[in-house]
Design a protein around this ligand. Structure first.
Ligand code: SF4
Length: 882
């Protein structure tokens, strides 16, 4: 803490886990900046973290308990949840109920949810949306180390001489980690960076080598590397002989499947020279970190991919030492916390195993229950399949939105609609899942709740509240505990605070541990409330012999397997489950974009975060665009065996031929047909249960509506007659991108019907060209704009957006209004590049043209662009390069 008006907390978005400093201003607003003393970010925040203050308003919040759309008291709602669950359990048994929880939860919430389901309801049907994010990494670590232990820390990225970034657009998805790597590269240009990714992403901006690998072939590449290490006699025999098992089988599998570089090149569709370059760099560099993320994990062979990477680190002994190791980076802010409390359906609490009788006995005694689940529950995709088939009759969804994020999302939506009892704990009223709930329970949001989260480097940090509880919203742990009490489990859920829960969680981690389990934070079990409130970021384990935490694991070369030795796993490469076909010839890859988070329920509240990429897009290579007669900026229809969507076409050579990329963010409240997961195949990794979200066969075609258009309005609307619509919140306006399949006979009437007749209207109609443009002005301020045309290439929206911030329109503005672009002398910032400082492309181009800036640094000094989070630096570099 610094002073009474300043609160130190953590960012609620990605797994980097940046420290945030919030200052309450006299105006009632808050200022958000990076916490300079937090070791994850040292004061930096990315565009999303920097915009947190934009997202804390109460518009659209769920503030009261509701049953079937009617507001009810907490007593009524909690009784209804408890009675509903008890009834289903009585009639159908404990496995007929399920909890689907979230990496957005705090560890304390997670702990209570897991304890209730596994410990007292007696089923393991609790799974977390982190299943979609990193469960293959968990399974890989457990196979190799006997425990879910991330061996590395961020400091290793500062110290490494070679960083391999595989299956991760770190620049956009973990921007502060990327900036850390970029800084290390700048300080030590000899640091080599290799990016392995089918796409040429912004992360490649700092790469010495980019391997645009064929999707799904990573195991062949790393088997090839294992083979090369062996053939070049670079095995660390001392380490391998004393601390690993399974070498021969692993080498045999590699030899059989990736015998030489030519074969690897053929399978991975890479050139031999590049592969050799990668292999030689790995083999000859001691300090190597392999950083990997969803591109590895979201695969039907994600666990094998993870172990293929780990194998290469183990046979070279590159683990447990500074600057080296296989480093899986998590997507969500508290995916790691969920792993710690056992919120995956196949884990027990505190990194213990459901099937291990000793662990079962230990947890039963610690929780004082005789009803602890004995077998693994259903993993996320299977859980919703069971709901679809009516085997699960009651589901409680907490802090997540499965109708947008799960694969085969339309089927998930139908499953929820048909489920007997759907309970949703949420901050937001408008989510696709909340809209289908029988019982809605209002939860606290970031800034209101308090607890702990754990980031990708095992660092536990406090999330602290700085806002009052709005309406009747409550902590998730309180809601769960109140339901537990009503189900008859009161003695075990009598918590008074999140500190109580944290102490119990910490005590369980150390209970009869004696160094046998990796996760041990028992030194924190006796924290007073005051010490808990002041807890500084610390990396587990935190036990009596490691009271200050530990940066790296396995420095003692002891692993948590039965023999204490790490396991080398023989890997037989498997291609993605569903290959492309003549009917579905393209590979759909899904992922994140720079300025949005998850299903946009929070980030879409921020105008500056909506400015960079405003619509669902499909990125496609020019060759494919040509083949399918797609034009840049037009709309495409994407179809798979499972569903379809509409997306704006972006043609780019950064895509591989044969693959397209679509962001995973848009929900039904922001776009009519933008949910990409309705197309994604519900195929999972057989070990981890993680879906293959990076590889779905699809087809694509040009969408041919009767008209295209856009509409700006100062107030939110529901535009009618548009099969395609996307809602975008801007600075003092809402913008709607539109397209409709029925010709609008009288566009002037149509516009007035949407926006109201009052006010001064100016109009332009070119009947022959089917072009209509109108603007409504009230008190000399721009109130609304509508542009409609038969073609998609309407004027850019940036200048019109700017006009909504004008308090009064001058003559030049009025004259240019219906042209959609400024006349001479009027500024237009152009498409947004830097979201932190609102710097558009035109401002950067002007600076370059006028000769006042030629480098990224000079652009930064002149316009500030790129000087906060740095996420836009690759884009600025691209503009400079022309
Ligand atoms: S990198 Fe950005 S989104 Fe991730 S924790 Fe840091 S500020 Fe938040």
């Amino acid at each position: 803490m610094t002073d009474l008006n300043t609160v130190l907390t953590t960012c609620p978005y990605c797994g980097v886990g940046c420290g945030v400093e919030v200052t309450k201003l006299d105006s009632g607003l808050v200022n958000v900046q990076g916490n300079k003393s937090h070791p994850a970010n040292f004061g930096r925040l990315c565009s999303k973290g920097s915009a947190l203050a934009d997202t804390i308003g109460l518009e659209g919040r769920l503030l009261h308990p509701m049953i079937n759309g009617q507001q009810v008291s907490w007593e009524t709602a909690l009784d209804a949840v408890a009675d509903g669950l008890k009834q289903v359990i009585l009639e159908h048994g404990p496995d007929a109920v399920a909890f689907y929880v979230s990496g957005q939860l705090l560890t304390e919430d997670y702990y209570v949810a897991n304890k209730l389901m596994k410990g007292f309801i007696g089923s393991s049907n609790i799974d977390t949306n982190s299943r979609l994010c990193m469960s293959s990494a968990v399974a890989g670590y457990k196979r190799a180390f006997g425990s879910d232990s991330v061996p590395c820390c961020y400091e290793d990225l500062d110290l490494a001489d070679l960083i391999i970034i595989e299956g991760s657009n770190t620049a956009w998805c973990h921007p502060i980690v990327f900036q850390r790597i970029a800084k290390a590269k700048k300080l030590r240009p000899e640091l080599k960076i290799i990016v392995i990714d089918p796409r040429k992403t912004a992360t490649c901006d700092i790469a010495d080598l980019h391997l645009p690998i064929k999707p799904g072939t990573d195991t062949s590449l790393f088997n090839g590397l294992l083979n090369a290490i062996n053939k070049q006699n670079k095995i660390d025999w001392d380490f391998v002989n004393h601390h690993t098992e399974g070498l021969l089988d692993a080498l045999n599998a590699a030899e059989q499947t990736a015998a030489d570089v030519a074969r690897v090149a053929q399978v991975c569709e890479l050139n031999e020279q590049d592969i050799n370059h990668f292999f030689q760099l790995f083999i000859n560099t001691e300090k190597v970190v392999t950083l990997y993320s969803q591109g590895i994990n979201q695969s039907s062979s994600g666990t094998d991919k993870s172990n293929a990477i780990i194998n290469c680190h183990l046979i070279t002994g590159r683990i447990g030492k500074p600057a080296m190791g296989p480093f899986s980076i998590t997507g969500q802010p508290n995916a790691m916390g969920g792993r710690e409390v056992g919120a995956l359906s196949n884990q027990l609490a505190a990194h213990m195993e459901l099937e291990n009788p000793n662990h079962h006995d230990l947890v039963s005694r610690f929780w004082q229950t005789d009803n602890l689940a004995t077998t693994a529950g259903l993993k996320a995709v299977d859980m919703f399949e069971a709901i679809h088939h009516g085997k699960i009759k009651a589901v409680w969804v907490i802090a997540t939105n499965p109708v947008v994020t799960l694969p085969n999302a339309d089927k998930v939506r139908r499953a929820i609609e048909n489920c007997d009892l759907v309970v949703v704990s949420e901050c937001e009223l408008n989510t696709g899942t909340a809209a289908r709930a029988d019982i809605l329970l209002p939860a606290l949001a970031w800034g209101e709740k308090t607890g702990t989260v754990t980031n990708s480097e095992r660092r536990i940090s406090r999330q602290r509240s700085f806002l009052p509880h709005p309406g009747e919203a409550e902590e998730d742990w309180w809601i769960l505990s109140e339901v537990a009490k009503r189900m008859g489990f009161g003695d075990a859920f009598n918590y008074q605070s999140s500190a109580d829960i944290f102490r119990e969680h910490a005590a369980l981690s150390g209970f009869e541990n004696n160094g046998k389990r990796d996760f041990d934070i028992s030194k924190l079990a006796d924290l007073t409330d005051k010490q808990y409130n002041k807890l500084l970021p610390i990396q587990w384990p935190v036990s009596s012999d490691k009271p200050s935490g530990r940066k790296r694991l396995f420095q003692d070369k002891h692993f948590f397997t039965a023999t204490g030795k790490a396991q080398l796993i023989p890997i037989t490469p498997r291609l993605p489950k569903n290959p492309v076909s003549s009917e579905y010839p393209l590979i759909l890859n899904t992922g994140r974009i720079r300025d949005q988070w998850h299903t946009m329920t929070r980030t879409a509240r921020s105008p500056r975060l909506n400015a960079h990429i405003s619509e669902p897009i499909v990125q496609i290579h020019p060759v494919d665009a040509d083949n399918y007669q797609l034009k840049n900026g037009a709309i495409a229809r994407l179809e798979s065996q499972w569903g379809n969507m509409l997306a704006r076409v972006v043609i780019t050579e950064e895509q591989r031929v044969g693959s397209v990329f679509v962001p995973m963010h848009w929900n039904d409240f922001l776009a009519s047909k933008g949910r990409v997961n309705s197309l994604v195949n519900p195929v999972v990794d057989p070990i981890s249960g993680q879906p293959e979200s990076k590889h779905t066969p699809i087809r694509i075609s040009s969408y041919q509506p009767a008209w295209y258009g856009f509409l700006f309005s100062r107030i939110a609307l529901k535009p009618s007659d548009s099969e395609y619509w996307v809602k975008i919140k801007g600075q003092q306006f809402y913008r709607y991108e539109l397209a409709g399949e029925t010709v609008i006979e009288n566009p002037s009437d149509w516009a007035k019907n949407q926006l109201g007749k009052e006010g001064e209207w100016i109009e332009f109609l070119d009947q022959g060209a089917s072009r209509f443009r109108t603007a409504k002005i009230v008190n000399n301020r721009l109130e609304s704009v509508v542009f409609i045309a038969s073609e998609f290439d309407l004027p850019a929206r940036s200048w019109l957006s700017q006009l909504f911030s004008e308090t009064s329109l001058n003559d030049e503005m009025r004259m240019s209004l219906l042209a959609g672009k400024p006349g001479a002398g009027l500024p237009d910032c152009g498409p947004m590049v830097c979201a932190c400082f609102g710097v558009g492309e035109n401002a950067i181009l002007t600076a370059i043209k006028e000769g006042s800036a030629k480098t990224v640094e000079e652009i930064g000094s002149l316009l500030k662009a790129g000087t906060n989070c740095g996420s836009c630096i690759p884009e600025i570099q691209k503009i400079i390069s022309g």
